[in-house]
Design a protein around this ligand. Structure first.
Ligand code: HGY
Ligand code: MN
Ligand code: MN
Length: 447
């Protein structure tokens, strides 16, 4: 029977337990910074986003970091070994934006664990781990969720230099463009589009993202922590069905082109394809009806599509089947159909060296390796994988609840996660110093 980090994980270091309760206090404090009273909604380039950035920046500074906030709202805290010239960097982070009516741990937990790591490693009397062969950046990304401008991974795309100028035209729910939102906060949009990457090629040794699982696997297994083997790919689309608005009382059923009835049939088709395809999930999360009056036949409906699978070819095939099904439903109802591409991100395999370092840290902390899980949720790690080896570990989500105010964590699990993070950094440091880290890469450690 392999021991796995069960409830509360390994023995708890009093220092880590204290820091874990600070992490939870800070998640609660951040959770009050919202665009809307009564629920947690914090989209990028909003007043709430700016307030959260300032709060996170203050915690990074208090932990001894050199802090910068970039034009879209990414907050980066930098720690360098004393006297170091140019060293590679380990980047640890997650996002601080949220979906609408969110929980308070999706994103912030990873950022605050990164800050707690630095509070653990950096003692006020001495500079950061003077002998470590790398620096550490903690990054709080803006705009991961795509809840504004239909632009997921906005912050991490800025960091890797992947925000082409055409994205400036993307509109939010209030028809404000990304470019206009930048201008509204005094930023020249041209300074953002085509922005150079924040890191030089090969400057980032690895990117590590601690995150809540947001699913049921660890909770069902009674385990505090899991290591992520891969992140499912996802395709997001915006579909518009166009019929004929007309009087609800005088228009016979046979003469109608009802866009909402067509959308309803399409939503059920999306669900049917997903239920029939093992490992596929597909969701219509947004739906807008126009003109939206009770006594008018809907003339136009726009809805979102979010389709995901861990295997790229299966995902692409499912997207084709779903789009074709929507097209034939529209055709049979005399509706026009437009499908706008929002995002396509392929599945990402976490780097074997990072996975192995997390397993080694787990062996040292808990006496056993971790369960490996595939992430159905997307993460900034998918974008950071374009510039560095990436890895993630998950903290148990009680009830598997996320993207909901009832999202939660267990404090003892957060203490265990902090211990694992500290150990993982130490394992990487040992392997870099001994040359094993790069050796593993040369031996094809990276996919
Ligand atoms: O939607 C997701 O996959 C993540 O929460 N951004
Ligand atoms: Mn999320
Ligand atoms: Mn997230």
């Amino acid at each position: 029977m392999t021991f796995r980090p069960g409830p509360g994980g390994g023995e708890r270091d009093p220092g880590q337990a204290a820091r874990a309760s600070v992490v939870l206090e800070r998640c609660a404090e951040l959770g009050l910074v919202s665009e809307e009273p009564g629920n947690l909604t914090r989209r990028p380039l909003t007043t709430a986003a700016r307030e959260a950035e300032r709060l996170v920046a203050s915690w990074m500074r208090d932990a001894g970091g050199q802090v910068t906030i970039d034009p879209v709202g990414n907050v980066t805290g930098r720690w360098r070994p004393s006297g170091a010239a140019i060293v590679p960097v380990i980047v640890i982070g997650s996002h601080i934006d949220t979906v609408r009516n969110a929980g308070r741990f999706d994103g912030p937990l990873g950022v605050l664990l990164g800050i707690a790591l630095m509070e653990t490693l950096v003692t006020p009397s001495s500079s950061l781990f003077p002998s470590q062969p790398f620096g550490i950046d903690v990054v709080a990304f803006a705009g991961e969720e795509g809840a504004r401008f239909s632009l997921p991974f906005l912050g991490s795309r800025m960091i890797v230099g992947d925000l082409p100028v055409e994205l400036l035209a993307r509109l939010d729910d209030e028809a404000v463009s990304f470019g206009q939102a930048l201008r509204d906060v005094g930023i020249d949009p041209e300074s953002v589009a085509g922005q150079r990457p924040a890191y030089a090629p090969d400057e980032v040794l690895l990117y590590l993202e601690p995150h809540i699982e947001q699913g049921p696997v660890l909770d069902a297994a009674g385990e505090a922590i899991g290591v992520v083997s891969a992140i499912a790919g996802q395709t997001r689309r915006r579909v518009t069905l166009t019929g004929r608005a007309n009087h609800a009382g005088t228009t016979p059923m046979r003469l109608r082109a009802d866009a909402l009835a067509g959308a309803a049939e399409a939503v059920l088709a999306v669900e049917r394809v997903a239920r029939q395809t093992p490992g596929l999930v597909a969701t219509v999360g947004e739906l807008k009806v126009s003109p939206g009056s009770a006594n008018v036949i809907p003339g136009e409906v726009t809805f979102s599509l979010d389709i995901r699978h861990a295997v790229g070819t299966t995902l692409q095939q499912a997207v084709r089947i779903i789009i074709d099904a929507i097209g034939s439903i529209a055709g049979s109802r005399g509706l026009g159909v437009d499908v706008d591409g929002v995002m396509d991100v392929a599945p990402v395999a976490c780097d074997p060296r990072v996975i192995d370092a997390i397993h080694e840290a787990s062996r040292r902390t808990f006496g056993s390796e971790l369960r490996e899980v595939v992430s159905g949720a997307g993460h900034d790690a998918m974008v950071m994988a374009t510039i560095a080896p990436v890895g993630m570990f998950f903290v148990r989500s009680p009830g598997g609840i996320s993207h909901h105010p009832d999202e939660s964590v267990i404090e003892a699990d957060v203490a265990v996660a902090l211990g694992l993070l500290v150990q993982t950094v130490q394992v990487v440091a040992e392997r870099v110093r001994s040359g094993d880290w790069h050796g593993m890469a040369d031996a094809g450690g990276r996919e």
